[in-house]
Design a protein around this ligand. Structure first.
Ligand SMILES: [Zn+2]
Length: 458
């Protein structure tokens, strides 16, 4: 009995520890951004001559009136500048991960690849990512290091491996028999996933062969099981039927929009009511034909600054040529405008539904996602909301992230031009702040900084 109490006390101590060790950071001086045009991520419209006060990791005051400036604060002159919340990508697959079944500790080379990819996000103003499928031992190790402030990184949420039917989309957690296969889900849960990603796709559409998928009743049991452990869910779907079945099986979010067809009026109406967060993931599908048709996009500063010259060269030549004849690239070229329109129609009926996701592994891709959202008819102002507040809502973190409001974690990006006028202005980054700390972009391990001679680095 005494033993049991001891265990209970121990368990209480373990569970009562704060989940986010960000509080362990060395306290920086309070930060005050004054005179800035505030684009707070709520969709409220730009507020001119605003002041934002950051103390510790949090935003403590926001307003256009007179605010109390804390003693010893570092003042940033925001006049002529624009402040948005840190961008969030809710669907990435971080580079560097190996086979998803590999449970070995990560190698130094893997860690280097992962950290370099993570730095491209911070460089581009992305302060939070959700990895929607990777080698668990890889992504969880990086996530834990990021939380312990052992690496400079955007905040990471991750699923590790994904759950699907044997032969289905993703893996390596294959579920077929219930309740026996709960043991497989327990293996996944042992990695402490922030969300579970389920793969549900028949393929057999576009240029891909048919595969198996989970029966709807099994899907519901899986989602219920994760919910009983307090874990949120997202699901890979590509058609409207699977999206609807997943929603009624209780899924929390969709990892992709419907991309196999234009959505029906009844689907739009259902989403008007259910408002299920839907990751936009336009960039992945469009990337192939873009590379085939417009490889010169890789000369843009954000790509040039964050990708190895040799990789850019290979993409512009060999890969571009290969994509010209790739059937999937052609298929996605046809379907991307359909997906863009589906997302616009969802955004028209619920401004909090669409959430920014790229299905890629770099910060530059998030800016492409913004461009494609706007290219599909969504306003730049709404695109910012999609990549900030709505993405936080997708992650179930709206109480902590996604908008510039008092009490939230201070993830901020200072821009030199207005992104609500031209979404390309979201690339004109002057400063990135995460957890109340300014990130020194010149110290990030990205190509632009590696090119500098050592003496030029601060
Ligand atoms: Zn994905």
């Amino acid at each position: 009995m005494r033993m049991r109490i001891a265990i209970a006390v121990l368990l209480f101590i373990v569970l009562a520890r704060p989940v986010q060790p960000a509080a362990q950071q060395t306290p920086a001086a309070p930060l005050v951004i004054r005179g800035v045009t505030l684009i707070d991520g709520t969709g409220r419209g730009n507020a001119v001559n605003a002041t934002v006060v950051v103390e510790g990791t949090r935003i403590t005051q926001v307003g256009t009136g007179t605010l109390t400036v804390p003693a010893g604060a570092q003042i940033i002159d925001g006049r002529g500048k624009f402040l948005i919340p840190g961008l969030i990508d809710v669907h990435i697959h971080l580079a560097g991960g190996g086979n998803r079944t590999n449970v070995q500790p990560i190698t130094p080379q893997q860690e280097l690849s992962g950290v370099r990819a993570l730095h491209t996000y911070l460089y581009a103003g992305v302060t939070t990512v959700f990895d929607a499928g990777n080698q668990g031992s890889f992504i969880f190790a990086l996530r834990d290091k990021a939380r312990a402030n052992a690496i400079i990184s955007p905040r990471i949420f991750a699923t590790g491996g994904t759950v699907t039917s044997p032969g289905g989309h993703g893996g390596p957690f294959y579920v077929e028999a219930w309740p026996q296969d709960r043991a497989i889900l327990d293996q996944h849960l042992a990695g402490k996933p922030d969300m579970v990603k389920i793969g549900q796709d028949e393929h057999g559409w576009g240029t891909r062969p048919l595969i198996t998928q989970l029966a709807d009743d099994l899907l519901e049991k899986i989602i219920r099981y994760y919910h009983s452990k307090g874990v949120r869910s997202t699901i890979h779907i590509s058609n409207e039927h699977n999206a609807i079945e997943a929603i009624y099986a209780g899924v929390d979010t969709l990892a992709h929009p419907v991309i196999q067809s234009p959505i029906s009026a009844s689907y739009v109406n259902m989403m008007r009511v259910k408002r299920v967060p839907t990751a936009s993931t336009l960039t992945i599908g469009e990337s192939y034909s873009r590379l085939a048709d417009h490889p010169e996009y890789l000369d843009q500063p954000l790509y040039r600054d964050t990708m190895d010259a040799a990789d850019i060269q290979r993409l512009k030549t060999t890969e571009s040529a290969r994509m010209k004849n790739d059937s999937w690239a052609l298929w996605m070229k046809v379907m991307t405008p359909v997906a863009q329109n589906n997302l616009k129609r969802l955004n028209d009926v619920g401004k909090d539904i669409v959430a920014c996701g790229t299905d890629r592994s770099s910060g530059a891709d998030v800016h492409r996602e913004l461009e494609l959202l706007v290219g599909g008819g969504i306003t730049p102002a709404d695109a910012i909301v999609i990549c900030t507040r709505n993405a936080a809502r997708f992650l179930g973190k709206l109480d902590e992230l996604g908008t510039i409001e008092s009490g939230k974690l201070a993830d901020l990006v200072l821009l030199t031009a207005d992104p609500t006028v031209d979404i390309n202005n979201a690339k004109r980054i002057e400063m990135v702040i995460k957890d109340g700390q300014a990130i020194d972009r010149t110290r990030l391990d990205v190509v632009a900084n590696r090119k500098l001679p050592a003496a030029a680095k601060r």
